[in-house]
Ligand binder design. Sequence first.
Ligand SMILES: *Cc1c(COP(=O)(O)O)cnc(C)c1O
Length: 383
Amino acid sequence: MKKKQLKIQTQAIHVGGEPDPSTGAIMPPIFQTSTYVQKSPGKHQGYEYTRSHNPTRSRLEQCLASLEQAQYSLVTSSGMAAITLILHALKHQSVILCGDDVYGGTNRLFSQVFQQTHQIHFVDTTHLGKLKAKIKETKPDVLWMESPTNPMLKISDIQKIAKECKKQKCLLVVDNTFMSPYLQRPLCLGADIVIHSLTKYLNGHSDVVGGAIMLNDKKLYERLWFLQNSIGPSLSPFDSWLVLRGLKTLGVRMKAHCANAINVANFLENHPRVTQVIYPGLKSHPQHALAKKQMDGFGGMISFYLKGGKKESLHFLKKLKIFSLAESLGGVESLIEHPAIMTHASVPKKQRELLGISDSFIRISVGIEDSEDLIADLSQALA
Ligand SMILES: *Cc1c(COP(=O)(O)O)cnc(C)c1O
């Protein structure tokens, strides 16, 4: 399938989704097999063992590469596995400069697992001046960032940062999980590697844990594939198939997430029990203009502060009926959580406080239910 001319929503349905050539089945089969029969020793059809290659997984990789406009893609058993593979590809004692407001598990992996083999520094990537100074000071091999960040939804200028990284010969990795390629394509803005937790918007149905890496550098791709095959975190055929299935509705889902989120954000911003709402689509967001320029939509994630403290927050969370209290995000159903106790408990308290993750801070993943019902639910719990 020629992919360049096609729009993203068409790619999501057709790239890697070609009918099965042996039967005409319109949906690709799940190649639920661990091994493949060889004609004679070493004579096979490109498939030897499923840890190394699987046709269902290959279809998913083809589709994801196309969506991020990448040459290569590799899918892994989780988002964390994707990050781990990249860290293994770096030289011993590589310097990593990481955004100060990244996914809690990424912070934990960098500062509690890889801190002995790599040098980790954290930086606010939203301030280009501060970032340049930190790059000068630490001479990083890798800059690791998210935009929007999690959970403060700060936006960083990927294009400007990529230019700076090129000058310093520093690899730029962007975790694009919060946006999905439907809303933002970092490789087109100059990033070297994009990663995803497939668990979130790309699969979209809260029934798979998976990860992905997309890039254009052939040598680095080959190294990452070698590491994946050696270490073993390959995504299973069934999970690969589920993500391929989920991807078919990426465009319609993302549109619905964005439309619902702006309605919910407007409602919260005007509610007397809410002191502040953080959503890139609101004019009150400090980087609303940059968000408008860099993203094709503002996404489905909202953070906000409630009046009061921990007691009021917990009471509010308990009263919700449609929003489920759960970690994770990006599914069709709306989720709500308390980052200080849940997703960001692994971030040291001091750093949490500096970022603003207090006891009255709440994060929502707005699903694709009817937004009137979502607002009514929030309204009764706030009352
Ligand atoms: C969830 C998440 C991850 C980790 O992915 P898993 O699939 O849970 O291992 C990494 N980055 C971001 C931004 C995430 O939201």
